[in-house]
Design a protein around this ligand. Structure first.
Ligand code: FE
Ligand code: CA
Length: 527
């Protein structure tokens, strides 16, 4: 890179994007004159080994993604200069009717990832797209724009997933998901795992070890993306993605790592992890990382049928686990007094205000919170006479949750649906108005999806209905799979789609249970 090039100011000494850089980058990316052209021949191999993806649909646009990596499992194998990448988008699967084309730069500072924001498309339409470098063409991906803003939409179909530990199981659930007839899909986090895995079906790169550096996070993401089923789900429809903890480190909270010994390096580790995440996801320039910060919470709309609030419950957390170092006699409705501190936050004040503002202005039939960790309370004390609440889910942040619940109750937003990952269990929970009365009339509905592969095969257990400790629970199960949602203005249906095993690449899918929510009445009913 030339010293006086505007892009020289995009990155600080450690190679992280700076704030100014983030705003300049979009401009720099549309100046292909700055690049040196490279043919696929001198890239040393096929560059589209990680597939293609699209995401964050708008009524008139979509973001298209790929990353050039002829040697994906050893850092990418790209030269240390920028490469021009051509893109095309068409209205047919054979790419005959191209409606737009363009060129962009894949820069080494962003791992030669490519994020193209296409504008000027038509609402509620399927499109197909591909990339080209020299004579090499990427696979063709399919994507779909969102409905026109505010338009009446009679139905939507989407699925949500979480927790795809690569080493602990194969992805038969993703293979089956790629064959579903859906408008889009949502990933709720644990897209990769930074940890060393439980014994499973594959080993983790690099070195089957815990990862810390940008180079390592890139290799780990590339290894996950090398799976053909994961590539297939991205090529099949657009995705809305958010993260949980394992994209960085298990159970981290804000700038607090799980392991105190990692504290001195944690800000840099988080910056590396956030950047690698951006490099591998179909995210817009609004999500460009800025050192250890990345604005991931955002709102999308699907006509007047659904507003989607994509949450980030990791980046702005005040503390990790709620204080639990008190006597049972000191507990107030299950909580240690200090856990009730009003400064404890899982969303951060800004995101909480943003969420409440969005819910307040929504005119959609359904309001969705695309969320990471369990939202409804969980009494973890097996003694029916004693309640214990806390931990590092929403339960650990009772003040934040109550602010959201009070708003839902005040505005009677019984059409609020929370979708959740993280626990590697399927769950349906009726969300009570507060943690004190778990069997009160619900004011929202929570659907939790199991893991795609994490924890591998387990002894199967499926339980319908609640129990004496958690009467608001309707369902719990530990198959692997995903949740498919079909919604109309009147009815929301969640289908729990499961595979019998993750020890093979290919397995059949079936619907274990379906739950419906009727418009105007919170709570899931077996349907
Ligand atoms: Fe997980
Ligand atoms: Ca109990």
């Amino acid at each position: 890179m030339r010293k006086n090039s505007p892009r020289a100011t995009l990155f600080n000494r450690r190679g992280f994007l700076t704030g100014v850089g983030a705003t300049l980058l979009q401009g720099a990316l549309i100046q292909p004159a700055l690049s040196r052209f490279a043919s696929a021949h001198n890239l040393g191999g096929y560059p589209f080994t990680l597939g293609v993806a699209s995401g964050d649909p708008l009524p008139d646009g979509i973001v298209l993604w790929t990353r050039l990596a002829p040697d994906p499992l050893r850092g990418g194998g790209m030269p240390h200069h920028s490469i021009t990448v051509q893109w095309q988008i068409a209205t047919d699967e054979r790419m005959k009717k191209i409606v737009q084309r363009g060129a962009t730069l894949a820069v080494p500072e962003l791992g030669h990832s490519v994020h193209v924001e296409v504008h000027g498309l038509k609402p509620s339409r399927w499109y197909w797209y591909r990339f080209k470098v020299g004579n090499e063409e990427s696979p063709i991906g399919r994507t779909r724009t969102a409905p026109r803003r505010g338009a009446y939409v009679d139905n939507l179909r989407f699925a949500f997933v979480s927790c795809q530990q690569f080493a602990e199981g194969y992805y038969p659930a993703l293979r089956r998901l790629s064959e579903e007839d859906l408008d889009f899909a949502i990933h709720l986090g644990d897209y990769i795992y930074e940890t060393t895995p439980r014994p499973g079906v594959r080993t983790h790169l690099p070195d089957d070890a815990e990862i810390f550096t940008i180079e390592d996070y890139r290799i780990r993401h590339a290894q996950y993306k090398s799976d053909p089923a994961l590539q297939a789900v991205h090529a099949a429809f657009p995705w809305l993605v958010t993260w949980d903890d394992h994209e960085v480190e298990n159970d981290y909270a804000g700038f607090i790592p799980q392991d105190p010994a990692d504290q001195p390096i944690f800000a840099e580790r988080r910056a590396s992890a956030y950047q690698a995440y951006y490099e591998h996801m179909p995210l817009r320039a609004a999500q460009l990382p800025n050192g250890p910060f990345l604005q991931l919470y955002r709102r999308l709309a699907f006509g007047d049928l659904m507003q989607v609030n994509v949450l980030d419950t990791r980046q702005y957390r005040s503390h990790g686990v709620a204080p639990s170092n008190c006597e049972l006699t000191e507990r107030i409705d299950g909580y240690c007094p200090s856990a009730l501190d009003v400064t404890r936050t899982i969303l951060g004040e800004q995101q909480r205000d943003w969420l409440i503002d969005g819910l307040g202005h929504s005119t959609a039939s359904w309001n969705l919170l695309a969320n990471q960790v369990n939202f409804a309370p969980t009494d973890t004390n097996a003694d029916p006479a004693i309640r214990t609440l806390g931990g590092e889910k929403w339960d650990g942040y009772p003040f934040d949750r109550q602010e959201v619940l009070n708003f839902i109750a005040a505005r009677e937003l019984w059409n609020t649906i929370v979708i959740t990952g993280d626990v590697h269990l399927n769950r349906v929970r009726n969300v009570p108005p507060d943690y004190k009365n778990l069997d009160a009339e619900p004011i929202a509905t929570e659907f939790v999806c199991t893991s795609i592969s994490s924890e591998g095969d387990r002894i199967l257990s499926t339980v319908f209905g609640g129990n004496v400790n958690n009467p608001h629970q309707r369902f719990q199960d530990n198959h692997h799979g995903y949740v498919r949602c079909v919604l109309t203005p009147q009815l929301w249906r969640s289908d729990y789609r499961v595979v019998p095993t993750v020890l093979t690449q290919d397995a059949p899918i079936s619907t274990l249970a379906s739950f419906v929510v009727e418009q105007g009445q919170a709570g899931g009913q077996l349907g």
